[in-house]
Write a protein that binds this ligand. Structure first.
Ligand SMILES: [Fe+2]
Ligand SMILES: [Fe+2]
Length: 188
């Protein structure tokens, strides 16, 4: 590894730094970018299956509505990623995202450990959902930046749109928690 890195450096000494940067970064970075797209594609599709369970388990109408809306948004995130794959000239393909599988399991665990119809369960659902949103925010934030670095302007814009929606979803969950559910749960 160190040997080949050294070789690359000396080979590029004579080239302009900008050219070197593009030549060095593109193939490997593009590969990494596509692999990460597969990861979030799997994660979003997994959420399409998970969110209805969370929605069903929630009791307050506000939280139920937020989860219903986010399910619709998540379906959009899936089709946006398909658009991105198409722009990249790649087949839309998922690769199991261990992190999202774990977060979804944790969410299910919180539901199993709390009583149905309680504000405590809703607090658990909000916590689990916010962990999911933060994972997505980190992923889309990173991928948007990477797309820019690679010069995929349109792809970057698409990913930034989803990033914004994930941030909005996270903020809405915070508002719902602050407004009433945490207080109700404290009294249970
Ligand atoms: Fe999403
Ligand atoms: Fe999300």
């Amino acid at each position: 590894m160190a040997k080949s890195a050294k070789k690359t450096t000396s080979k590029n000494d004579s080239q302009s730094s900008e050219e070197t940067l593009t030549m060095q970064k593109d193939p490997k970075l593009q590969e990494l970018f596509v692999e990460e797209l597969k990861d979030i594609y799997w994660a979003e599709k997994h959420l399409v299956k998970t969110l209805p369970k969370m929605q069903k388990a929630a009791s307050t109408s506000e939280l139920k509505q937020a989860l219903t809306d986010h399910l619709e948004a998540t379906k959009q995130h899936v089709s946006r990623l398909e658009q991105v794959f198409e722009l990249m000239g790649k087949k839309a393909q998922g690769k199991k995202c261990e992190a999202m599988e774990g977060l979804a399991k944790e969410g299910q665990g919180l539901i199993d450990d709390t009583e149905s119809g309680t504000a405590t369960r809703d607090v658990g659902i909000i916590l689990a959902s916010q962990k999911v949103e933060h994972y997505e925010i980190a992923t889309y934030g990173g991928l948007t930046q990477l797309a820019k670095t690679l010069g995929f302007v349109e792809v970057a814009e698409i990913l930034a749109t989803t990033l914004k929606e994930e941030k909005n979803a996270d903020e809405l969950l915070t508002i719902i928690a602050e407004k009433s559910i945490n207080y109700q749960a404290a009294g249970e």
